[in-house]
Design a protein around this ligand. Structure first.
Ligand code: CTP
Ligand code: MG
Length: 256
């Protein structure tokens, strides 16, 4: 392999080890079904749908790696059948950790040497369109060390002094909405930059919820590209309703 193709070889790490507390009781969030297919499988397909992605690393719930391996074997995935028009895609499963940051690091540890570009994509964003995935990869390949897809906000945002649950909270500031963006995944990185961030930036408590934020702390530049409405994160029960509605609309539109 030439140095150039090695530099651009792209892997997607999918943290899927969370419980999904905000979604309510049940199986780990990534294993819950959307229109009969586990959320995680939708997310894996969304990454593998990009011709540029040659490896997908799934970070499974700590005790759930064997089950996730079985799921990946049971569902049809792009690029696994020889001769596929999407080229070949490899799939790996590793067990995750207690925080998202730890899970991502465990996924990064599994990357082979020849990967130059890394996407990190939440299993909880199962419906991101391939155009968004490709736009992020392209921006990294064009030289940006860290790229995040993001959208302008619909709501005005207030910074508050947090109070006990149910108590009124004093407002501290109102940032100008036009300058704010809600960030999504996949976030894309030059491999070495992301590894350096995970090796050097330690965040207390729940750890980082956003990989680009860790790269910012290194002082490296991070850029935003347009995100997509359908890349929303399934977090609360109502998000499941929206996700299934999006899938139904897709099926009606392209008979898929
Ligand atoms: N994640 C992970 N390992 C963890 C925690 C989260 O891999 N220890 C993953 C989730 O599986 C999810 C992504 O990080 O795909 C984004 O996290 P979030 O939406 O917060 O999912 P959960 O942590 O599962 O949900 P909750 O915070 O409601 O428990
Ligand atoms: Mg969480």
């Amino acid at each position: 392999m030439s140095d150039e193709s090695r530099q651009y070889r792209t892997a997607a790490v999918i943290p899927a080890a969370g419980r999904g507390v905000r979604l309510g009781p049940g199986a780990p969030k990534a294993l819950r079904a959307l229109n009969g297919t586990p959320m995680l499988i939708h997310a894996v397909r969304a990454m593998a749908a990009s011709r540029a992605v040659s490896l997908v690393v799934v970070v499974a719930p700590p005790e759930g790696a064997p089950e996730v391996k079985r799921l990946l074997d049971a569902y049809e995935l792009p690029g696994r059948t020889p001769g596929s028009s999407l080229g070949s895609t490899d799939y790996l499963v590793v067990p995750g950790g207690d925080t998202r940051q730890e899970s991502v690091r465990l996924g990064l540890d599994a990357l082979p040497e020849d990967i130059g570009v890394v996407l990190v994509h939440d299993a909880a964003r199962p419906l991101v369109p391939v155009e968004t995935v490709d736009a992020v990869i392209e921006a990294v390949r064009d030289g940006a060390p860290a790229v995040v897809p993001a959208l302008p906000l619909a709501d005005t945002v207030k910074e508050v002094e947090p109070a006990a649950k149910g108590e009124p909270e004093p407002v501290v500031a109102t940032p100008e909405r036009a300058r704010l963006r809600a960030v999504q995944t996949p976030q894309g990185f030059e491999r070495d930059t992301l590894l350096r961030a995970h090796e050097t930036v330690a965040l207390a408590g729940e750890g980082a919820t956003d990989d680009a934020g860790m790269v910012e702390r290194l002082g490296a530049p991070v850029v935003v590209v347009p995100g997509h409405e359908e890349a929303f994160k399934v977090t609360r029960p109502l998000d499941l309703v929206l996700a299934e509605a999006v899938l139904a609309r897709r099926r009606a539109n392209d008979g898929f």
